[in-house]
Design a protein around this ligand. Structure first.
Ligand code: FES
Length: 164
């Protein structure tokens, strides 16, 4: 073995010896970075867990009305619904007057959230079949009481519902 071959073998040995150390160093660095970047802090979780209802509450006016969306959103989707709000609500347009109506979509029979059928302009409960017209009046049992009406108003292109 000449000098050149000896040095070549030595450099291969040095790389082979130091490779596991280098990998371990990279691995411990990545663990540290991963722990620092994971959303385990309460602030990160709070931001992820924030629901539309919680975001809407930041728009709470002193009179208890909440900006729940825009008239464009209401008109394109047919309704604005938040069943997870402190007081669940659904806003629609009264098919007769085109004014905004807001109702609590909680079925008065046993508490299921009703679905709005814009084509038939009625609310239908998926649990036991109760139906309500667009103003919340019962049209089919077993529910006996109407859906609760919530105060609502339209200001410019914004829809407000009194949730509290
Ligand atoms: Fe709606 Fe029973 S909960 S009909």
């Amino acid at each position: 073995m000449d000098r050149r071959q000896f040095l070549s073998w030595m450099s291969v040995g040095a790389i082979a010896t130091s490779l596991p150390i280098a990998l371990a160093a990279c691995n411990s660095n990545s663990e540290t970075t991963t722990e620092a970047e994971t959303p385990e802090s309460p602030t990160a979780e709070a931001e992820i867990a924030e629901s539309p209802a919680e975001m809407a509450s930041t728009d709470l006016a002193e009179d208890g009305f909440v900006n729940v969306g825009t008239t464009a959103q209401l008109d394109s989707e047919g309704f604005i619904l938040d069943k997870d709000a402190a007081t669940p609500f659904i806003a629609i347009r009264n098919p007769d007057t085109q004014e905004i109506i807001a109702l609590n979509p909680t079925c008065t029979h046993n508490g299921c959230i009703v679905d709005y059928d814009g084509a038939d302009q009625e609310f239908a409960c998926p649990c036991h079949g109760a139906k309500y017209d667009a103003t919340g009046a019962v049209t089919n049992g077993p529910a006996e009481d109407p859906l609760s009406v919530l105060e609502s108003r339209e200001e410019g292109d914004a829809v407000f519902v009194k949730i509290s």
